[in-house]
Write a protein that binds this ligand. Structure first.
Ligand SMILES: [Ca+2]
Length: 141
């Protein structure tokens, strides 16, 4: 477990580094594509949301949110990701939407840093990856 400090710039730098961002997104996509068919189904994406706390905080979900409301929310998030309405989310759609979400988070953070407590195995967390990237840059200076 560790604590990282991130702000909007940390997140923006992460997104701006396209190679790094794309790799992180691809890695995440692969781990979410449970049946390895190259696209994310509604159920796979929902599992993803449940495991990504960043989405939960972004959409204002908390433990008191009733299940019916959660399902409606996950459905509407899925429709947002599924840009072409094909009923599944491909890599490109996933990356586009994650980028928008991360940018919205960066806007929300602005220049006031927040502390995040992370588990070591929290590899799903893109904010951790953003912090890792910044740390590796700082280490190189
Ligand atoms: Ca799949």
């Amino acid at each position: 477990m560790g604590v990282v400090i991130i702000d909007g710039t940390t997140v923006r730098d992460f997104i701006a580094d396209d190679t790094h961002f794309t790799n992180s997104i691809n890695e995440q996509f692969t781990s979410l594509d449970l049946n390895n068919d190259g696209v994310l189904s509604r159920a796979e994406l929902r599992k993803a949301f449940e495991s990504m706390r960043l989405i939960e905080s972004h959409f204002g979900i908390d433990v008191t949110t009733p299940p019916e409301q959660l399902t409606r929310l996950y459905d509407s998030v899925f429709d947002t990701f599924d840009g072409d309405g094909s009923g599944s989310v491909d890599r490109e759609e996933f990356k586009n939407e994650m980028k928008k979400i991360m940018l919205a988070i960066a806007d929300g953070l602005g220049s006031s840093p927040i502390q995040m407590v992370l588990e070591d195995d929290d590899e799903m967390n893109l904010l951790k990856k953003a912090a890792d990237l910044e740390a590796s840059k700082n280490a190189a200076v």
